[in-house]
Design a protein around this ligand. Structure first.
Ligand SMILES: *Cc1c(COP(=O)(O)O)cnc(C)c1O
Length: 479
């Protein structure tokens, strides 16, 4: 028999529906949170279940007091829950390839078409003409042959996976010669020496940090050498007295000794970026022309596609990679392959001009265009004069994603100096409304280059400055 006091407490708890109605009423009073109905019901139910357990265990809980606190907690959880889920954000940082924001953005039409083709059932591994089983990489291979002049190609999850696959399939328990100046770390967890270790290949470093000559490679070649590797310094540059062998020299040496030469170029640039004032990234077709046996690059850096790692080069080597059991674990899914196919098609359609993909459209936005857009943006915020000061300023941005560390893109930013809150608070409020911005010299900087919907950003900024932010607003009203 239950203690009668416990019974009374349990009976005074509201039903789930009643608690949900109370939360809805609070939202009507203080502004909708914009949460899903299922989430509201779920959180209310779990909140009631937790209190029921505490009462059953004999805790002397004053139900009306608990209810008051529970409403706050429920609203807060409803507000926070979407922040912990994957959601679209507005990127106002101006960093086009932001690794933490998913690197290359993919334009919605391409996205839509690619998911339509592959989302449900698709001819992923069946040849519709003959009816026999085919390879999922085949369509991509043909596009890459046309775009880069390579003999063959394959695709895996990312460039890190590509590197591991190549090293394991071609250099397991044998030596790979790399210049000391190219033992890079990219994105925190991609470190060449560690990648070598997990793949089972032995790293043989040659030369010094700044100078490595072809002779250093030549002297290191031994019977246990498996391949020569060049790695692009992606996210840093060494200046001053520097020297490293050209790809042509490596190819000549490698072929003299019957050793394949692997070129990890990192960012897959297929067309010259000089029209954008950038000439610091290796061109993929040029590595093929120079005779590299395999060239590796990412799909979501300057190629502008989905996350994947592309390997192009000699047919015999690609076949060897595809036969490795690891290939099975590293292969891409149908959606990725479809997105990559759509992206590569855009390059083919563009011939030698820029492909019509979102990344290149963002790169191509001129300073003048940004200035006009930013001025218009500020003009539309005139009602917010009491909350903040807005100014146009010239700034520099970077492409990001471990590419072009030396090439600052001149850009225009909107400097926001909030009058009654700190820049940190404004940034936090924006973040909780799915907007990422930069802070510099105690001002919030908004760079419209990477913003795909100016109006939406203006609306969010207005709410953040006016303090229409549920938790703060809610706390203030409840006091
Ligand atoms: C970025 C990069 C990688 C890693 O590519 P992911 O696709 O991020 O795995 C490997 N090598 C080089 C040279 C890179 O620049």
């Amino acid at each position: 028999m239950k203690d009668p006091a416990i019974q009374i407490r349990l009976r005074s708890l509201p039903a789930v529906n009643s608690l949900v109605d109370q939360i809805v009423a609070w939202e009507a009073k203080f502004g909708a949170i914009g949460c899903r109905d299922e989430d509201r019901v779920d959180i209310c139910r779990r909140s009631l279940e937790a209190i029921r357990q505490r009462i059953l265990q004999g805790e002397e809980i004053d139900v009306p007091v608990w209810l008051e606190e529970a409403r706050h907690a429920i609203v807060k959880e409803l507000q926070i829950r979407p922040l912990h889920q994957l959601n679209e954000v507005i990127n106002a940082t101006g960093i086009i390839l932001h690794t933490n924001l998913g690197r290359a953005p993919i334009d919605s039409q391409l996205l839509h078409e690619a998911t339509r083709k592959a989302g449900q059932y698709c001819n992923l591994e069946v040849d519709l003409e003959s009816g026999v089983r085919s390879q999922r990489q085949k369509p991509i291979r043909e596009f890459l042959q046309q775009l880069t002049g390579c003999e063959s190609a394959t695709v895996v999850n990312n460039c890190a996976a590509a590197t591991i696959l190549v090293l394991r399939a071609l250099a397991s328990s044998r030596e790979v010669i790399v210049s000391r100046g190219q033992l890079v770390e990219i994105g925190g967890s991609f470190r060449i020496p560690e990648i070598m270790e997990v793949s089972g290949a032995k790293l043989r470093e040659v030369g010094t940090t700044n100078i490595t000559r072809i002779k250093d490679f030549e002297k290191a070649i031994q019977p246990q050498t498996a391949l020569l590797m060049r790695i692009h310094q992606s996210n840093f540059r060494i200046r001053g007295f520097t020297e490293s062998p050209s790809l042509e020299e490596l190819v000549e040496l490698g072929h003299k000794h019957n050793l394949p030469v692997v070129d990890d170029v990192g960012s897959g640039v297929l067309i010259p970026l000089t029209p954008f004032g950038m000439n610091d990234e290796p061109l993929v077709p040029r590595s093929i022309q120079a005779g590299a046996d395999l060239v590796l690059f990412s799909g979501d850096k300057l190629l502008g596609g989905p996350q994947c790692g592309i390997i192009i080069g000699k047919k015999s080597l690609i076949e060897k990679l595809e036969k490795d059991p690891l290939m099975r674990a590293l292969r891409c899914d149908k959606i990725t392959l479809s997105l990559l196919q759509g992206t590569l098609q855009k390059y083919l359609q563009a011939k030698d001009s820029w492909p019509d993909i979102l990344l290149y459209r963002l790169l191509a936005i001129s300073i003048e265009e940004l200035r006009v857009r930013s001025a218009k943006f500020i003009a539309e915020l005139s009602s917010l004069e009491e909350q903040a000061e807005f100014q146009l300023a010239e700034e520099t941005a970077y492409v990001g994603g471990g590419t072009l560390p030396d090439q600052a893109l001149p850009t225009i930013v909107i400097q926001v100096s909030p009058k009654s809150i700190s820049s940190e608070i404004l940034c936090k409020r924006l973040r909780e409304k799915f907007v990422l911005a930069r802070i510099s010299e105690d001002r919030v900087l908004l760079d419209l280059r990477t913003v795909l919907n100016d109006q939406k950003l203006a609306g969010v900024l207005k709410e953040a400055l006016e303090g229409i932010c549920y938790p703060d607003h809610f706390a203030a009203s409840a006091r």
